[in-house]
Design a protein around this ligand. Structure first.
Ligand code: CA
Length: 223
């Protein structure tokens, strides 16, 4: 799951970024509203964690512009405890949830999972596909009832594919959801992860769509 974190407070931003990476998320951290606005116009994120008091462009403006472009990316805003007005304005401008500072990292992660679930119109906390059960909260994957070891990237890739079963995902979109900016990415890294997932869950499981990307079929009971 790729998160855009927008926070100008160095200490808080750094702590959040480090914590979220430990939880297995891919995190891109920006420190002003203008940079966030530009990133949101060109890149795919699963959730945006947005501070409202930002230099260059306010968080509210970033949010309003995102929604005015018709983008439905879930947004969680961060506000000061005393500012009820900010929270109301944020929610009215298209935020999906909020947290007041200071907050607990566990709560932030739980709320992001809930947002991600809602954005994929999924009520169940776990993703079930044929004999695969992926649990985002426990960060575990079971295949035929047995726990399977997967790397952080494999987990993220598998989650993305399962959430989009029946849809073709472009290589670019998948790579973006796996890697943040400034990370060294081997040009065939994505293929390597796909190869490993096929080894663990079956060769037929992920289809290669030539020249475009990859997809998995919808579960039989979903068809
Ligand atoms: Ca701020």
């Amino acid at each position: 799951m790729r998160i855009l974190l927008v926070e100008d407070d160095e200490l808080l931003g750094d702590g959040l970024r480090t914590g979220l990476i430990q939880y297995g998320y891919t995190v891109d951290w920006l420190k002003d509203g203008l940079a966030a606005d530009q990133a949101l116009r060109t890149e795919n994120f699963d959730v945006v964690v947005l501070d409202l008091g930002l230099p260059k462009l306010s968080g509210i403006t970033v949010l309003q512009q995102l929604r005015s472009r018709g983008q439905t990316t879930p947004v969680l805003i961060l506000t000061a405890r005393e500012s009820i007005e900010d929270r109301v304005k944020g929610l009215d401008s298209g935020a999906d949830d909020y947290l007041t500072k200071p907050f607990d990292l566990d709560e932030l992660c739980a709320r992001m999972r809930a947002l991600q679930r809602r954005s994929t119109t999924r009520a169940e906390p776990t993703l079930i596909h044929e004999n695969i059960v992926l649990d985002p909260a426990a960060h575990s994957v079971k295949f035929h009832g047995e726990l399977v070891n997967v790397s952080r990237r494999e987990f993220a890739l598998l989650q993305k594919l399962l959430e989009n079963a029946g849809r073709v995902l472009s290589r670019e979109h998948l790579a973006q959801s796996l890697y943040g900016w400034g990370e060294d990415v081997d040009s065939n890294a994505l293929e390597v992860h796909i190869h490993n997932l096929r080894k663990k869950f079956g060769q037929e499981f992920i289809h290669t769509i030539r020249g475009i990307g990859y997809m998995i079929d919808k579960s039989k009971d979903e068809k």
